[in-house]
Design a protein around this ligand. Structure first.
Ligand SMILES: CC(C)(COP(=O)(O)OP(=O)(O)OC[C@H]1O[C@@H](n2cnc3c(N)ncnc32)[C@H](O)[C@@H]1OP(=O)(O)O)[C@@H](O)C(=O)NCCC(=O)NCCS
Length: 240
């Protein structure tokens, strides 16, 4: 079959190809940055520093950055335990189920990056040996990737979890703000995330931060006998 001559449509296809090549390069270049270079460029200490509010004066936390490959075994298991303690029930009651090994594999994906929250005040009982590093009491993990429809460069927030004592102090909003600023500086189009429908509090939290249902979010399915409700919602907002 002879090759078709270039038409207007072919041109717009060409434009689309160039755009997708450029966005592919953007994500590849961002993911090729070492943890150090990424931090230097996008996560200067002033950006990571928790807000100095009265509410956060009590707990006194610090936020650090790590790429998945730099997490110690212990840090990885502390993060997994945190997910289990806050969301295991949500996983179990959804079609996803709770699969720690699968979750760990996802958490270790090469491009996954972490903001880790630790207390700056020792919680060890007085008189006991000083601990080297405080336990992780919260974290946000994210990846720079392509998603949505049509696929565009995005910053995808995989997890955001805080221990109960650190909730409702503005820390979750701060962690989201940090990655929203990274997304803007990195030049991606959207910030995306997945939320269980049953996790109403988290959904409200995201909505109040300007997130809405993304076009790729699954719809409820109508079968002959009933409507099968989607058990998760994919949310997004513009990065700018
Ligand atoms: C979801 C989560 C990360 C939000 O973090 P957070 O630190 O509690 O959130 P913030 O404090 O920034 O904001 C939460 C609410 O507290 C309010 N708040 C913020 N600062 C406050 C303060 N100083 N005093 C009282 N309330 C405050 C905010 O207005 C917000 O209210 P809203 O939800 O009605 O908008 C956290 O609650 C959490 O870890 N939940 C369990 C894990 C989870 O469900 N993760 C999401 C998976 S999809």
């Amino acid at each position: 079959m002879p090759k078709r001559k270039a038409t207007g449509d072919d041109k717009s296809q060409e434009t689309r190809d160039t755009a997708s090549k450029q966005s592919g390069e953007l994500i590849n270049n961002l993911n090729a940055l070492s943890a150090n270079d990424f931090q230097q460029q996008y996560l200067k200490p002033a950006r990571l520093a928790p807000p100095t509010t009265e509410a956060l004066e009590g707990p006194q936390v610090e936020i650090s950055f790590k790429a998945s490959g730099d997490l110690t075994k212990d840090e990885l298991s502390q993060c997994l335990n945190l997910i289990a303690s806050t969301s295991r029930q949500h996983y179990e009651s959804s079609g996803w189920g709770w699969h720690p090994r699968r979750k760990t594999r996802e958490m270790k994906e090469a491009e996954m990056r972490y903001l880790l929250v630790r207390s700056t005040v020792s919680t060890a009982p007085s008189g006991s040996e000083p601990v080297e590093e405080a336990d992780i009491e919260g974290f946000l993990s994210f990846m720079l990737t392509h998603d949505s429809s049509p696929p565009v460069p995005v910053l995808y927030v995989y997890e955001v979890h805080l221990v109960p004592r650190l909730r409702k102090l503005g820390l979750g909003a701060h962690l989201m703000r940090v990655v929203e600023e990274v997304a803007k500086d990195a030049g991606v189009e959207k910030v995306m995330l997945t939320c269980f429908v049953c996790n109403e509090r988290a959904r409200k939290f995201y909505e109040s931060r300007g997130y809405g249902k993304d076009v790729i979010s699954p719809e409820d399915r109508r079968t002959r006998a009933k409507i099968v409700k989607a058990d998760y919602v994919i949310m997004s907002r513009e990065a700018a």
